[in-house]
Design a protein around this ligand. Structure first.
Ligand code: ACO
Length: 466
């Protein structure tokens, strides 16, 4: 990690108040493990010196009990269903601010003054166009390419264009990279859609808001004026706010891990986009719509709710459950309201929404979901809104990526400014072969003697037909 870093307030605020004692039952040896206390939230046992002192690692696949860093950006209390950005409740932000306000808040730590807001809006607006050479990248993709595949490629390629934003040790260049990423994501995403249709790419307009521009880039055509409906632009703005950050989720942790090796911010955000694409993460909004399609009618809901409970079936109710929330996802509550507003404005009676509401009702009364505290998450409703707004299913995760970019880059920036950061390099519990003598090829066992599929899958991979 670079030497040009300064300590952050949150690091200084962490005082050691008491300790945990770890005892080896075999040898009777014991060690004191200090605890760290954040401003709010559970205490954290500091195990940084554990291996050096005890020769033991901790085991935590999926990081369910591991704080990988300290952060001032976002706080979640999953039991209580609380989400705060820089101390502000998500519902208040969604109600009273716009996405640019939230971007500024996440990046800088405070809501902007009127002058700061004007300056920030201008900084973003002036970076929305794409370099003409970058636009040529699109024609290298097949028209049927998934837009997330295009996003990973084009965002990664930004590092080839903006050499004046890749010096990670220069705070001005870090901020310039943040502005460029936030500004260009709607253009990059919308062009992926336009390319799939074979329609001309639209140029962003400087007198439109971020969300109006996004709608115009997506749905405008050069042959006529595009007038964004303010209710729909507001709905897009809210969706972006609700997706802006969510502390150390899989994609943000991916961005941090990629950045921990001092990789440039464009490459790190491309890695985050790749992680977001998976259906267990940002791909869930697309998966919810596909699932509702598959369920088809209300009469078939019970069958799918039961299928989701079968331990031998990999099917899960998409849009349900969360690693952190064991209560209603506060973003889902706002999303549900926005969903009704949008459908009312557009005068749409969407049978998918009726199906979703009935599925939600049945699942929330089912003992399996109640006992495991599985509630609808943010993705449960976002797909229905985006569908009503005219976004094709495969663009849903792109919208998520556009909103989350500010979260990724704020975490990356925070990490680059922290004196605590080191290259991320987890250890492992090795369960493979111990050292053994090498066998020449002629003396090796023939493959068919080994047990077929178990050999191919390593013997324990979960498959739907296993
Ligand atoms: N449907 C059915 N069962 C579920 C579901 C679900 N959606 N989610 C969790 N469970 C069950 C698991 O099978 C597990 O059961 P077990 O205790 O009998 O083994 C238990 O609930 C706990 O689930 P885990 O998988 O251990 O929880 P984890 O924190 O690892 O996973 C995740 C969280 C990935 C979100 C999971 O709930 C899921 O796959 N949900 C569906 C996909 C989804 O909606 N993802 C979006 C998440 S929000 C976001 O990324 C913005």
């Amino acid at each position: 990690m670079s030497q040009a870093t300064q300590p952050k307030n949150n690091e200084l605020a962490q005082a050691v108040r008491h300790s945990f004692t770890l005892t080896d039952n075999e040898t009777g040896e014991s060690w004191e493990l200090p605890t760290l206390h954040g401003s709010v939230g559970p205490k954290v046992i500091d195990i940084r010196k554990l291996y050096g002192q005890t020769g033991a690692f901790t085991y935590d696949p999926g990081f369910t009990s591991t704080a990988s860093c300290s952060s001032e950006i976002t706080y979640i209390d999953g039991e209580a269903g609380i989400l705060l950005h820089r101390g502000y409740a998500i519902a208040e932000l969604a109600e009273n601010t716009d996405f640019m306000d939230v971007c500024y808040l996440l990046l800088h730590g405070e809501l902007p003054s009127p002058e700061e807001k004007e300056q920030f809006d201008g900084d973003i607006t002036r970076h929305t166009m794409l370099h003409e050479q970058l636009v040529r990248f699109y024609s290298g993709f097949v028209r049927s390419a998934h837009p997330m595949a295009i996003m990973v490629g084009v965002v990664g390629a930004l590092s080839a264009f903006y050499h004046d934003s890749t010096d990670i040790n220069d705070p001005l260049q870090r901020m310039s990279a943040a502005h460029r990423l936030i500004a260009k994501m709607p253009t990059i995403g919308a062009y992926a859609y336009k390319y799939s249709l074979g329609q001309p790419f639209m140029q962003p307009l400087n007198d439109l808001t971020y969300s109006e521009n996004l709608l115009r880039l997506m749905f405008g055509v050069p042959t006529q004026e595009y007038q964004a409906n303010p209710v729909l632009a507001r709905a897009i703005d809210r969706i972006l706010i609700l997706h802006a950050d969510h502390e150390q989720n899989a994609s943000t942790s991916t961005v941090r891990l990629a950045g921990s090796s001092d990789a440039n911010p464009f490459a790190c955000v491309a890695a985050g986009i790749a992680s977001l694409w998976g259906p267990a993460h940002g791909g869930a909004n697309e998966a919810v719509l596909n699932m509702l399609e598959e369920i088809g009618t209300k009469e078939r809901i019970q069958k799918f709710v039961k299928k989701a409970q079968d331990p031998d079936d990999r099917f899960r109710l998409m849009g349900f459950g969360h690693r952190v929330y064991k209560n209603y996802d506060p973003r889902a509550t706002v999303m549900r309201e926005t969903c009704h507003e949008v459908l009312k404005e557009l005068g749409i009676q969407d049978p998918k929404l009726d199906l979703a509401l009935e599925l939600e009702r049945i699942a929330l009364e089912d003992p399996y979901f109640v006992d495991k505290k599985l509630y609808p998450n943010v993705d449960f409703y976002s797909g229905i809104i985006l569908r009503a707004l005219g976004f094709p299913t495969n663009m849903f995760t792109v919208l998520f990526a556009i909103g989350r970019t500010v979260g990724w880059i704020s975490h990356w920036k925070e990490m680059m400014e922290s004196s605590e950061s080191r290259i991320g390099r987890p250890r492992q519990l090795y369960v493979g072969k111990e050292e053994r003598p090498f066998t020449a090829v002629a003396q090796r066992e023939h493959t068919e003697k080994r047990s077929g599929w178990a050999w191919l899958w390593g013997g324990n991979r979960k498959t739907t037909d296993a």
